[in-house]
Design a protein around this ligand. Structure first.
Ligand code: ATP
Ligand code: SKM
Ligand code: MG
Length: 194
């Protein structure tokens, strides 16, 4: 499988000392858990930089995630994801939404544990099915069959691994802002100043 070229990251480098985070705050969880939408709000609330690893992969590859899967295959996507996340974890603290499978990779998981604070955004199956139904065609794993069956299988496979995150926050019955506050409440006091 050919390697995908990896030019510079697309996101502006975080401003030195520009955020109150002592370490990068990494959000993990399945598709539809809220990593992107919660992460963006959290970063705004904390005056921190927000980066979505999926967007960085798209920028690095110069193509969409469905195209990367279709043209290069999932193993090449995973290799690129590992590289991109490793580079992001070397940058100054930020709020970082990982792609759904990134934390499942043992190397990435070890790096996250070493360098970041991790939070698993957990949701139940009905919630994930409903949320992921909104932007069809953007998540290649869910195009391989019935999304409910696939999400159920991924929950079985991945939930024990996401549980290795430092913290877990349930997002099933919580509005965005409530989840943001729950995540902020987990952080040491100095990181709560907006
Ligand atoms: N707590 C919540 N309450 C209501 N809607 C939510 C909540 N969290 C996320 N959503 C909605 O669910 C959808 C998916 O959320 P989001 O894109 O943040 O998930 P994600 O974890 O980044 O997954 P993916 O990257 O696969 O899209 C969005 O429409 C978002 O607004
Ligand atoms: O759960 C996954 O494995 C994925 C989730 C998305 O965020 C993307 O990273 C990609 O579609 C794979
Ligand atoms: Mg997302």
């Amino acid at each position: 499988m050919p390697a995908i070229a990896t030019p510079a990251l697309a996101a502006d480098p975080p401003q030195p000392g520009g955020g109150p985070l002592p370490r990068t705050l990494v959000l993990v969880g399945l598709m539809g858990a809220g990593k992107t939408s919660i992460g963006r709000r959290l970063a705004t609330a904390m005056d921190a930089t927000f980066v979505d690893a999926d967007d960085e992969i798209v920028a690095a590859a110069g193509m969409t995630i469905p195209d990367i899967f279709a043209l290069y295959g999932e193993p090449s996507f995973r290799a690129l994801e590992r590289k991109v996340v490793a580079r992001l974890l070397e940058q100054p603290p930020m709020v970082l939404a990982l792609g759904g499978g990134a934390f499942i990779d043992p190397e990435t998981r070890a790096r996250v544990k070493e360098k970041a604070i991790s939070v698993w955004l957990r949701a139940d199956l009905d919630t994930l099915v409903a949320r992921t139904a909104r932007k069809k065609g953007t998540r290649p794993l869910l195009d391989r069959g019935d999304p409910r069956d696939i999400l159920a299988r991924l929950m079985d496979e991945r939930y024990p691994i996401y549980a290795e995150a430092d913290y877990t926050v349930d997002t099933t019955d919580e509005a965005h802002d409530a989840v943001v506050e729950r995540v902020r409440a987990l952080l040491p006091p100095a990181t709560k100043e907006a």
